[in-house]
Ligand binder design. Structure first.
Ligand code: I3P
Length: 128
């Protein structure tokens, strides 16, 4: 917006509702706990919100809503992971710190778009 200082607020790339579970923390396996999550891709980060009030594209802006967690995509890896869940349309995101998340949607097109968009960010960061 016009109140942003140019270059300070990173660009919003994508936002939407996905099902999420964390399956590893620092390489240590966790018990699955699937929950809907409002996912925001902004700059080099994937930001997760659980508050339903956060489910609008402005929620990621500083001070607007408190994220549940956020992931630095630099050096992260994506792979389709239908073998890791009874759910369909699942991919795994693994961070450099060994945190692993599964993200899932009932809508195949939607999850494919998320995969492609996140992979594009990872590829862009790899080239820097
Ligand atoms: C898990 C729960 C998860 C399921 C997981 C189960 O049981 O049913 O939904 O993952 O399967 O272990 P609990 O609630 O007792 O922890 P999916 O929905 O992704 O299949 P898993 O152990 O094969 O990962």
């Amino acid at each position: 917006s016009s109140t942003d200082t140019e270059g300070v607020t990173p660009e919003l790339e994508k936002a939407g509702l996905l099902n999420k579970t964390k399956i590893a923390e620092g390489g240590r396996k966790l018990r699955k706990n699937w929950n809907p999550s409002w996912v925001v891709l902004v700059g080099n980060s994937l930001v997760f919100f659980k508050d339903p009030k956060s489910q609008n594209p402005d929620s990621w802006k500083p001070g607007n809503s408190r994220p549940e967690s956020s992931v630095d995509l630099r050096g992260s890896q994506l792979q389709w992971a239908n073998d890791l869940s009874s759910r369909k349309n699942v991919f795994k995101l693994r961070t450099v710190t060994g945190n692993e998340f599964l993200l899932q949607s009932e809508t195949e097109l939607l999850i494919r778009e998320w995969y492609r968009t996140i992979q594009n960010v990872i590829d862009r960061l790899d080239k820097e």
